[in-house]
Design a protein around this ligand. Structure first.
Ligand code: ZN
Length: 135
């Protein structure tokens, strides 16, 4: 219940220690859950069709995958992307860069991190990136 006026100083940490600890715990949970899901998806793939599983492991997935496996592989890709982002966020916590935009260096903001704890760009830079990609 603090009614202090918000102080925005460029040199201040992006997050309070307790916020940082909270996001770290969430990211660790997220990484654990994603790893578990990853193993489960791989097991599913392996059980479905060993040829497809081998194809995936070889890194040329998709082209030869049976239709039933496409969904599993898409999930797995999504999983891996999120897992990488989550682990990178944890690394940024360790290095003290967490909570700052990688592009412009501004604080990302607690509100945005609540929604997306693995965010590494502020809303402005994320927008710009998506517009650039869309062209
Ligand atoms: Zn930015």
């Amino acid at each position: 219940m603090s009614s202090n006026t918000a102080q925005v100083t460029p040199t201040a940490p992006a997050l309070r220690t307790e916020d940082l600890a909270r996001f770290k715990a969430r990211l660790q949970d997220q990484a654990r859950a994603l790893s578990a899901q990853d193993s489960e998806l791989r097991a599913r793939l392996a059980a479905e069709e060993s040829v497809t599983a081998n194809t995936f492991v070889a890194g040329i997935e998709g082209a030869m995958a049976a239709e039933a496996d496409d969904e599993t592989i898409a999930l797995l890709h999504h999983e891996q992307t999120e897992l990488v982002a989550t682990r990178q966020a944890l690394e940024r916590i360790e290095s003290g860069d967490y909570g700052y935009c990688e592009e412009c260096g501004d604080a990302i903001g607690v509100a945005r991190l609540e929604v997306l704890p693995e965010a590494h760009l502020c809303v402005g830079c994320q927008d710009m990136l998506e517009h650039r990609k869309g062209r």
